[in-house]
Write a protein that binds this ligand. Structure first.
Ligand SMILES: Cc1cc2nc3c(=O)[nH]c(=O)nc-3n(C[C@H](O)[C@H](O)[C@H](O)COP(=O)(O)OP(=O)(O)OC[C@H]3O[C@@H](n4cnc5c(N)ncnc54)[C@H](O)[C@@H]3O)c2cc1C
Length: 381
């Protein structure tokens, strides 16, 4: 076991609080939330009361102004318990940082305190039915007319889509342009013309609300433009490393937990008169998985350290996302195998984790797109 040095004592105390909260307030209800297709909205407010939302936000806006390690600890504890319905990571690690980093003073004052308290749930709407990997191809438009933009278009697969009160929307303010025509807008969910589609039925992460969003002549005040017009793509590129690191952190924490569940299982379960753990195949599989896990844990922790110092580059974040999620899926598949038929039963955490993990290789940029980013960097003249 290689000791982790990425967290200090304060981080670990925070972890205990998060863990207890999740064990008491979320884990017992998660199976029901899977049936409901979303977590109880009140969980967000409880998390806000506990200081679990947006720990990085500056004190000036009511935040705790902590380092990203606190976000990572929350991500790890959620993943460790397989509570994939909880969309705090999307809120704290991905959507809200756009307001912190590019928002006007007025936007920060207006929205950040409510994002911290859980009064506002955020989402980020990039993907459209016709444009996912190729974000420059988004068709949603936000055309300036006097003191507002008129937003039209539709988005899909949006995490927190049902609960969202505030959405960072990627749209073209100049439809003639590619990347340089893209802007980000803060859109309030109760704006006339903004409709949420049905909660999409997924093969995993069943307690996570994931939706289509529709914009029909939605008037977005010009004050709700995030940052500068035409800079949306640049902002996305700047923020995506944190999103990808967050996914990598989740992947490794979940893989670690799943390996633990499997070790417990193979010790208990017997075949041919002995525990499954007594077979050399089991021992070798566990040894292989644990070895790779150790290497990836060290790599992802190093990425976290780099990120504390704002030195995590786009290509390294892409490597972390791709390697950790590919590995997570591989590990879960092997662990399901070691569980035999029980591993295929929804009541077993390993089965849920296997289904939940599959999307990790798809969202936050597919792993193929990660390889494009890495190879581009390698082949750069
Ligand atoms: C559960 C879930 C939650 C999500 N949450 C959000 C969210 O909150 N906000 C949001 O905006 N989006 C979200 N997404 C969308 C997600 O980011 C996209 O699905 C993802 O980026 C891929 O886009 P796509 O589905 O259009 O696939 P496509 O882009 O159509 O890709 C299809 C396949 O082609 C491959 N491919 C595409 N281009 C290339 C290329 N140049 N070279 C090689 N291979 C390529 C891809 O890797 C993939 O294998 C979510 C998706 C899911 C399933």
């Amino acid at each position: 076991m290689i000791p982790r040095t990425v967290y200090n004592e304060d981080h670990e105390q925070f972890r205990d609080t998060v863990r207890k909260f999740l064990e008491n307030e979320a884990a017992p209800h998660h199976a029901q939330w899977e049936k409901d297709g979303q977590v109880d909205r009140a969980l967000w407010n409880k998390a806000g009361d506990m200081g679990f939302l947006c720990p990085q936000v500056p004190e000036a806006y009511g935040g705790l102004e902590l380092d990203f390690g606190y976000n990572a600890i929350i991500d790890e504890e959620i993943s460790r318990l397989g509570l994939t319905g909880i969309g705090w990571g999307l809120h704290s690690d991905i959507a809200v940082p756009y307001i912190v980093n590019y928002g006007s003073e007025e936007q920060k004052q207006k929205y950040l305190p409510k994002c911290i308290s859980g009064e506002l749930v955020t989402a980020i709407a990039m993907t459209e039915p016709g444009a996912g990997s190729d974000l420059q191809g988004v068709r949603s438009t936000a055309i300036k007319q006097g003191d507002h933009y008129v937003l039209n278009g539709s988005k899909t697969f949006i995490t927190n889509g049902q609960h969202a009160d505030l959405v960072v929307v990627v749209a073209k303010t100049n439809p003639e342009e590619g990347a340089s025509g893209v802007s980000l807008l803060l859109v309030e969910a109760d704006s006339p013309g903004f409709k949420k589609g049905t909660n999409l039925e997924k093969i995993g992460m069943k307690a996570q609300d994931t939706s289509e969003l529709f914009f029909d002549d939605v008037k977005v005040p010009v004050e709700n433009l995030l940052g500068a017009e035409g800079q949306g793509f640049v902002y996305l590129m700047q923020e995506l490393p944190q999103e990808r690191l967050s996914v990598a952190v989740n992947a490794i924490a979940n893989a670690e937990a799943a390996l633990g569940w499997t070790i417990d299982y193979v010790r208990e379960r017997k075949a041919f008169g002995k525990p499954i753990a007594a077979f050399q195949n089991t021992q070798f599989k566990l040894a292989e998985l644990d070895s790779e896990l150790t290497a990836l844990r060290v790599f992802v922790d190093r990425c976290l350290e780099l990120h504390y110092d704002r030195k995590l580059d786009v290509s390294t974040a892409a490597k972390a996302k791709y390697l950790s999620t590919d590995f997570q899926c591989k590990l879960l598949d092997e662990c399901v195998q070691l569980h035999g038929g029980f591993g295929y039963m929804w009541e077993y955490p390993i089965a849920r984790a296997w289904a939940d993990a599959r999307v990790q290789r798809i969202y936050a940029g597919t792993n193929e797109i990660m390889k494009l980013i890495i190879s581009r960097e390698l082949l750069k003249e």
